[in-house]
Design a protein around this ligand. Structure first.
Ligand code: CDT
Length: 323
């Protein structure tokens, strides 16, 4: 039955904007990118969004596609503070508009550590949380035979901080970055902390190496992992791309907002700068976490020991799984 007022009284509804970015070329400076982010912030505020989610490494081109031996030559791709001088206008405008946001960027810490990072900022401009990418894909060494590099393992160290969940926007918010979304452990770690809304930025190149047949399935796999993660953990998931043809590399768009039912509520149509909006009724989550996915009642952690005790497949010499 359609409620007489929307949102129904007492429901915790967060209006979320997935602010997809089109390509950012090497020649695009931070200021021009921040102007694009601000334009999408304005549009999101006009559409009465409370929270705007931007992609992974939103401030620059996806620089791990090039290899430099000496990482100090790459310092200019990283932020050493957040807000930085270049991103301060985004923080200022968000505070004026009363809109929170989530932003991905390359972080260089004062003691020289490099992380692929995402921050969550509330509607008053305060930094609520910082998440550093856990699953770092690609390769660490230069692989000159590739048509392009995916040297994330050279440019970023994997975070050991794991997956936090924070009270914000009236709910429990978690974050993950790009490749994290392909691992069920990511969602379950947050699910076990009662997450209700997971925010994820990504850059997914479409020239998949070493298996080009995966290219045509990129969109399917993107939706598959996020829809199943949402459903199996009773949470909303917001996936936001930097898509389109960037420095000769085509990347997936397909930003989307997914409900705890696994249904897609809003989805981008282009691979350009594009805002899609959906109302996320966080009280919907308990329809799943309180019934079919009542973890406390049904999970059997005592028989899941392999999940934390081993990394890969462990077989003995006859091919049988090790105990
Ligand atoms: N940025 C990122 O994590 N991209 C990966 C592609 C990895 S292909 C080596 C992704 O999972 O989309």
């Amino acid at each position: 039955m359609t409620p007489a007022v929307y949102p129904p009284p007492g429901r915790r509804v967060v209006r979320v904007a997935a602010a997809q970015l089109g390509p950012v070329q090497r020649s695009d400076d931070r200021d021009s990118v921040v102007r694009r982010l601000c334009a999408m912030l304005e549009e999101s505020a006009m559409r009465r969004a409370h929270l705007v989610v931007f992609p992974e490494l939103a401030l620059t081109t996806f620089f791990p596609r090039w290899y430099v031996e000496d990482l100090r030559e790459a310092d200019h791709w990283y932020e050493t503070s957040m807000p930085s001088a270049a991103t301060q206008p985004l923080f200022d405008r968000a505070r004026e508009l009363g809109v929170g946001f989530c932003l991905g960027y390359a972080e260089l810490t004062a003691d020289g550590h490099r992380f692929n990072t995402q921050v969550l900022v509330d509607r008053t401009g305060n930094l609520v949380a910082k998440y550093r990418k856990v699953h770092i894909p690609g390769h660490a060494a230069h692989e000159p035979d590739r048509p392009f590099q995916h040297a994330e393992r050279h440019y970023f160290e994997p975070s050991n901080e794991g997956f936090g969940v924070w009270d914000a926007f009236g709910g429990r918010i978690g974050m993950m970055i790009c490749n994290d979304r392909r691992w069920p452990e990511t969602y379950r770690e947050m699910g076990l902390q009662g997450v209700e809304l997971v925010l994820c930025g990504y850059n997914t190149p479409l020239h998949y190496v070493p298996d080009p047949s995966q290219d045509r399935l990129a969109s399917f796999h993107n939706a598959l992992v996020m829809q199943s993660g949402a459903y199996q953990n009773g949470t909303f998931v917001v996936g936001v791309a930097k898509g389109g043809l960037e420095e000769g590399v085509d990347s997936l768009g397909d930003s989307m907002i997914i409900a705890p039912s696994g249904e897609i509520l809003a989805r981008a149509n282009t691979v350009a700068d594009e805002v899609v909006v959906a109302d996320c009724d966080l009280d919907w989550c308990s329809n799943y976490t309180g019934t079919l996915f009542n973890f406390d009642l049904y999970r059997r952690p005592e028989v899941y020991s392999r999940l934390t005790n081993q990394r890969g497949v462990h077989l003995d010499s006859s091919g049988k799984p090790l105990p």
